[in-house]
Design a protein around this ligand. Structure first.
Ligand code: TYD
Length: 391
């Protein structure tokens, strides 16, 4: 294991809090390392999962139209692969954004955040309020038998002992069944310099290269990969117990090798770029602020928790963050304590610049904010480099 990046003292990325909770806020040292054997990028030290994923979990996937459409289309692609209605188990089902596209009679969920487990149970989907691991897989097989499809989005990369999670999938998948999972990729993180993919919840950042090695050790084989735009660049991996990989699998591994994802030097260079990005962002925002500009941030994302804490950017620079998620509103961004307000239909007339905390939804946000843009308002982003968009 080689540590290549130190993002400093960080709070829980989704630990939105009220002012009377500032004193008890939890912080940890966020560092990323590279495994020279598996080529996996992981956190140097994992944060205890129960601190992050519990009944207070703030991230509601259904708050973005892009994601609602995305999961409807994922579900329809999966249904097309089967002649009859498949039995589906979703791991990390959040607010039901994916599973609601399936018939409750044949679909099951596993979700350790009990606020969401309760929600999907109330929607008619039997939901196990458990951590996904070998023990849970045995319990579920005993109750419902093996399943045709195991699906998981932005969840496998959250599990520190990911090998145990993959063995658990292998236990519950029937022979001939399909394991479909999607998570952000190291490939896009390196190309976009999007260091804000590294945070407490992302125990690992996957590549096809690293996954092919690890899945093989767990009795699973990658048979297909689809690159996706969501979450700043993700891969949807299709794996099964035996099968022939489509040519795209090796092509993806070759592209990953061509940018050096198998070499530790690549990650050290990335860390240099990250430090440069911090300097550039602090400089840009400080200059705009001294020119008397009003700057806000758009989307109280985990990613923006990482960026603002790493760059020590607080309410002296960013007036507020607007977000559509009710449970985040009227709270503060973890660590730097920038206030979060409900998102108005259009950015307030007094605002000059909006930093894109949710830069991965640039198209959706630009469409919504055409009034802001047409009156000369500007977005700021740090990916792939710090800049005012359109200048
Ligand atoms: P996402 O990138 O999924 O978050 P994370 O970094 O935490 O994985 O961001 C979604 C957040 O952005 C969510 O809190 C909703 C918010 N958001 C808005 O407030 N307005 C919008 O128009 C969009 C698209 C998202």
């Amino acid at each position: 294991m080689e540590t290549f990046l130190d993002l400093g003292r960080q709070p829980l990325s989704n630990g939105f809090l009220a002012a009377d909770q500032f004193q008890d806020e939890y912080f940890f040292d966020l560092k990323a390392c590279f495994n020279t054997d598996t080529c996996m990028v992981s956190l140097e030290k994992f944060v205890d999962s129960s601190k992050m994923f519990n009944e207070n979990y703030h991230y509601h996937a259904s708050k973005s139209q892009t994601m609602i459409d995305h999961f409807a289309s994922a579900a329809s692609d999966i249904k097309e692969l089967f002649n009859s209605v498949p039995t589906v188990l979703e791991i990390g089902s959040n607010d039901g954004i994916f599973i609601k596209n399936f018939d409750p009679g044949h679909s099951y969920c596993v979700e350790p955040c009990s606020n969401f487990a309760e929600l999907t149970n109330s929607m008619g989907y039997k939901t196990y309020d458990d951590w996904w691991n070998v023990e849970t897989s045995r319990k579920i097989v005993d109750e419902i038998g093996k399943v045709d499809v195991v699906y998981s989005a932005s969840c496998m990369c959250h599990i520190p002992d990911v090998e145990n999670a993959f063995v658990a999938v292998s236990n519950i998948l029937r022979d001939g069944g399909l394991f479909v999972f999607q998570d952000p990729t190291a490939y896009n993180m390196i190309l976009n310099n999007s260091y804000d993919q590294i945070y407490d919840e992302h125990a690992h950042i996957f590549s096809v290269l690293s996954l092919s090695k690890i899945l093989n050790r767990c009795g699973l084989q990658i048979v297909n990969v689809t690159p996706l735009d969501v979450h700043g660049g993700s891969n949807r991996i299709y794996a099964c117990k035996s099968g022939t990989p489509a040519p795209v699998v090796n092509r993806m591994i070759e592209s990953e090798r061509s940018i050096g994802l198998h070499k530790s030097d690549t990650y050290h260079r990335f860390a240099d770029n990250v430090r440069k990005s911090r300097e550039d962002l602090i400089q840009l925002l400080s200059e705009l602020k001294s020119d008397g500009k009003k700057i806000i941030s758009y989307g109280a994302t985990s990613k923006s928790t990482v960026v603002f804490n790493y760059c020590s950017i607080g309410p002296d620079i960013i007036d507020y963050i607007s977000d559509t998620t009710e449970v985040k509103q009227n709270k503060f961004l973890p660590g730097v304590h920038i206030p979060i307000v409900p998102q108005p239909p259009s950015i307030d007339d007094s605002v000059d610049y909006a930093f894109l905390g949710a830069w991965n939804y640039l198209d959706e946000i630009s469409n919504k904010e055409n009034v802001f843009l047409s009156r000369g308002g500007k977005f700021i982003t740090h990916v792939p480099r710090v800049r005012v968009i359109g200048e």
